[in-house]
Design a protein around this ligand. Structure first.
Ligand code: HT7
Ligand code: ZN
Length: 889
């Protein structure tokens, strides 16, 4: 495998100005005629033209209408004798490919009888020979020809300019994209589909056609996605002045897709999971995901498509920025300010449970990596979620208006270009010349080049005589692979001080300095820095890193009393939730570290009282309560430990859940009754929060019933399951029964399957719930093996494979990490099996043992042996090989 290095970037030796593609679509053998106009890049020394190709059958190459000499260097097509000088020339390449055999789902493939493409990052080379790199931008015209009965709908990027009949029952459509684009944004779809159509007029008075294409029968499940699309168009214009630049914007759903969705210009292709949603079949979480993924892909139209990446090392230029934009969009769609905070907490929870471990493991990389073997492995939580946090820090440093100004300047400078992360951040700094960002730009840029999660250590001292409060912040960052030494970061630390009654203390740094209000952002840019607040009348409780103002670990020693004060009173909802998490984490870690068997009652009375107060609180909203009352995950607890015993963590957390269930029994009963039955289903955040709290309450009540043997609540849960008017309530009732190990769960599972058989996305939930259920005596692995034998199980469908295998290996640590190593053996078998036909999905699964070096024995040795078994397999894909090699390094 070849390692690609960022520092080796060189501009392309040729430019491709126009591409005229003709497809004769046939699942077995598709013919592709690619006519390109190229010219030499005058800024680069003369050299041969080397076109990328993969799994193509080459039939013919013509230069300016005549035969020409060429050779194949591996899979690369090399043309050496091209016209000298800067005159454009025409190249015609005729190839065939086999879409039906394409199980990797990259390039042109067939899903349920429909043709789809996936070209990002390097899939276009599987369609035709090309300069498959994002800095080569061309104008595309595309003609599609196919059997009219089987493939009545023929779509590509841009505008439909011609269509008609051909002989032999075939027909054609010609599409022209008015915008230049890199080939990774090319798309075609051909199949039997129906569409929901919506005409809209945007601010400028322009008319646009929005369309969502799905299989016949799914149309009524597209209303929410269409609403999300309309809101996205309105929001991007209102918040950032970015209009829709297309007459026609299409979304097409497929059930075979490696990722969530793809932002092809004017023709987004989506995993059905992020398009289809009806109250009867989709949960609140699904509805919320549909909104954010539709937004995300739409926002790429500017951040990614109009301005794209110079090379794939710059991936976070478009992904981090677009995740930030979709997070802001989802927050702005919330009617209540408290719902914004809930969204922020959810986003941070993802970052800390998925990205922090990545940043501490063998695959750690900066948001702008320096090397890669397989770029698909770098579509990571670091590039996406940490990338978004870095953009969020930019907004914190320049302000909301300054950020909008910076984005405006970025587009003024770079519209139509392929650029770098440096170009982006420079535009932000130039638009905000007096900001801390501009003043300390080189230091801020370390966020782009350094991997790892910084730790900010906070130590405070109150001087009653001086009425001053000094806060010393110090920062460090552990070594990551290839980066031993880290330079200090520029870290915005938003904070407030709270007195014992919870009242905010006015902030002032030095007596001659201005009053700062009750919330202030300090800029930490040295290894150690002390900030002294004056006129502080009583010893305060510090509320630091409000809103999670930087992607760091905050190491601060707060007493239980201080945390309880913050939990009860902090005006910052994030830190209020965080105080509850810290209390629970402290209790969990104490129980995990204790000698001998885990304590039977790990939770303290103070903690239980505080949870009861939150649950019964008359002002707090239900969604926030649900977050506070959910214990930190097993993965998050594991990350706090140097040596991890997953079984013990699982046992401790389960005991904590049971104790919380029993101690608050009457409160859970009240909460369930007060929050169930919300009337007609609405997916808004407030109603969703009520359903979430009712669902958690029901789980707790079933859990308590397991301990006391009462059949009452399991019976009620089954009834609630049967009577449910929407999928959220139905699924939560099922979850309550399954996760508490109730015998009635089997009946409910069978009913659920019978009710929804044939609805793939719902059946995915059915599989995932069972594979992710809490382990009781090692029962989950045999259940997973059984599920793989189920008639509905399909390994080749990524959603289905994820629903069973990933739910077990990646999301169920208590069941996966077994004393007998059988979970790891299962994992290694599945990685190898998947790798034979879909390396991208296999490589994701291969990440499940990233943190094996932290495991206690016997897990550690067994895990290493399983990884070594995968490594020993000949002919592994580059994707899996890179993950496994790094893991063993
Ligand atoms: N930009 C899209 C990336 C993507 C992708 C990458 C590799 C293989 C398959 C893929 N499907 C989509 C997704 C996004 O961030 O919007
Ligand atoms: Zn994206």
């Amino acid at each position: 495998p070849v390692t690609v290095r960022r520092e080796d970037y060189a501009a392309p030796a040729y430019w491709i100005d126009t591409v005229d593609l003709s497809f004769d679509l046939d699942p077995v053998k598709t013919r592709v005629l690619n006519k390109m106009r190229l010219r030499r890049n005058p800024d680069v020394p003369a050299q041969a033209l080397r076109l990328d190709g993969e799994e193509l059958n080459l039939a013919r190459v013509m230069l300016n209408g005549a035969g020409c000499s060429f050779k194949l260097d591996g899979e690369t097509l090399v043309l050496e004798n091209l016209p000298e000088g800067n005159e454009p020339f025409e190249l015609e390449i005729f190839t065939t490919c086999a879409p039906e055999k394409n199980t990797q789902l990259m390039g042109l493939y067939v899903s349920e009888g429909t043709f789809f493409t996936q070209c990002e990052a390097e899939g276009f080379r599987r369609i035709t020979y090309f300069l498959d790199r994002p800095d080569v931008m061309a104008s595309y015209a595309v003609t599609l020809r196919a059997d009219k009965t089987k493939f009545p709908v023929l779509l590509s990027n841009g505008n439909l300019v011609e269509e008609g009949e051909l002989s032999d029952g075939r027909h054609f459509a010609k599409w022209v994209d008015p915008h230049k684009k890199p080939c990774y944004l090319f798309a075609l779809v051909a199949g039997s589909l129906v569409s929901r159509n919506q005409r809209i007029t945007t601010r400028s008075g322009k008319e646009h056609l929005l369309q969502i294409y799905v299989r016949p029968g799914d149309l009524e499940k597209t209303e929410h996605a269409m609403n999300a699309l309309i809101h996205s168009v309105i929001w991007d214009e209102a918040r950032f002045g970015l209009p829709l630049d297309l007459e026609r914007f299409m979304i097409v759903a497929t059930s075979d897709f490696n990722m969530g969705a793809m932002e092809n210009k004017g023709l987004n292709i989506f995993n059905t999971k992020y398009v289809l949603g009806s109250p009867a079949t989709a949960t609140d979480v699904d509805f919320s995901n549909i909104e954010s993924v539709v937004g995300h892909e739409y926002f790429h139209n500017w951040t990614g498509n109009r301005v794209t990446c110079r090379d794939w090392f710059q991936l976070s230029l478009k992904e981090g920025l677009t995740v930030f934009r979709d997070q802001e969009f989802s927050m702005d769609m919330c009617a209540e300010p408290s719902a914004r905070a809930v969204k922020r907490i959810e986003d941070v929870r993802v970052l800390r449970t998925a990205q922090f471990p990545e940043d501490a493991g063998p695959m750690a990389h900066a948001i702008r990596p320096d090397t890669y073997v397989e770029i698909s492995n770098f579509y990571s939580v670091t590039i996406y979620e940490k990338g978004a946090e870095v953009i969020r820090m930019v907004q914190t440093l320049v302000g909301r208006d300054g950020f909008a100004q910076g984005l405006k300047l970025y587009f003024e400078r770079h519209d139509g270009q392929a650029v770098t992360c440096d170009d982006f951040i420079q535009a932000m700094a130039d638009a905000n010349p007096t900001s801390e960002l501009a003043r300390q730009l080189p230091q801020f840029k370390r966020w782009y080049s350094q991997a790892g999660t910084p730790v900010v250590h906070a130590q405070a001292a109150y001087d009653a005589a001086q009425r001053s409060y000094s806060l010393t912040l110090s920062q460090s960052c552990a070594p990551t692979p290839g980066q031993i030494q880290k330079e200090p970061y520029l870290i915005p630390v938003t904070l407030g001080l709270v007195d014992a009654t919870g009242a905010a203390i006015p902030l002032q740094l030095g007596s001659d300095s201005p009053a700062l209000g009750s919330n202030h952002t300090l800029v930490l840019n040295e290894t150690h820095q002390t900030f002294t607040f004056v006129n502080v009348e009583t010893e305060p409780v510090p509320s630091i890193l409000r809103g999670f103002s930087a992607p760091v670990v905050l190491d601060i020693e707060l007493s239980d009393a201080q945390l309880l004060t913050l939990l009860a009173h902090d005006s910052d909802a994030f830190n209020r939730w965080e105080a509850g998490q810290r209390l629970a984490l402290r209790l969990a870690l104490t129980a995990v570290r204790a000698e001998g068997a885990p304590p039977a009652q790990p939770l303290s009375d103070a903690y239980l009282d505080a949870m009861r107060t939150v649950l019964r609180h008359p002002q707090l909203d239900a969604a926030f309560k649900e977050l506070v009352l959910t214990l930190p995950s097993e993965t998050y607890i594991a990350e706090q430990l140097d040596v991890v015993d997953p079984q013990r963590i699982h046992a401790v957390r389960e005991t904590m859940r049971e104790q919380l269930a029993e101690a608050l029994h009457g409160d859970w009963e009240w909460a369930f009754d007060a929050h169930k039955n919300n009337g007609a289903y609405q997916p808004d955040a407030t109603s969703a929060g009520r359903r979430a709290l009712a669902g958690l309450s029901l789980t707790m009540l079933c859990l308590a019933a397991r301990e006391n043997g009462s059949p009452v609540w399991p019976g009620k849960a089954l009834q609630h399951f049967k009577d449910a008017g929407n999928m959220t309530d139905r699924f939560n009732a099922l979850l309550a029964l399954v996760s508490s190990g109730q015998p009635l769960a089997q009946d409910a599972l069978a009913r659920f399957h019978a009710l929804f058989k044939g609805d793939a996305l719902v059946i995915d939930k059915w599989f995932a719930l069972q594979a992710g259920a809490p382990d009781r005596g090692g029962n989950i692995l045999p259940a997973v093996r059984q599920l793989m034998k189920h008639a509905d199980f399909q390994m080749k469908n990524p959603n289905r494979a994820r629903s069973v295998i990933f739910s077990y290996c990646n999301a169920n640590p208590g069941a996966f990490h077994r004393n007998d190593a059988a979970g790891y053996v299962f994992w290694s078998e599945r990685v190898i099996e998947l790798d034979a036909f879909n390396p991208q999905v296999a490589a994701r699964l291969a990440r499940a043992l990233d943190r094996w070096k932290k495991l206690a024995e016997p897990y550690r040795t067994a895990a290493r042996e399983s990884i070594a078994r995968v490594a020993a397999k000949p002919n592994l894909s580059n994707d899996v090989r890179e993950v496994i090699t790094r893991s063993l390094a």
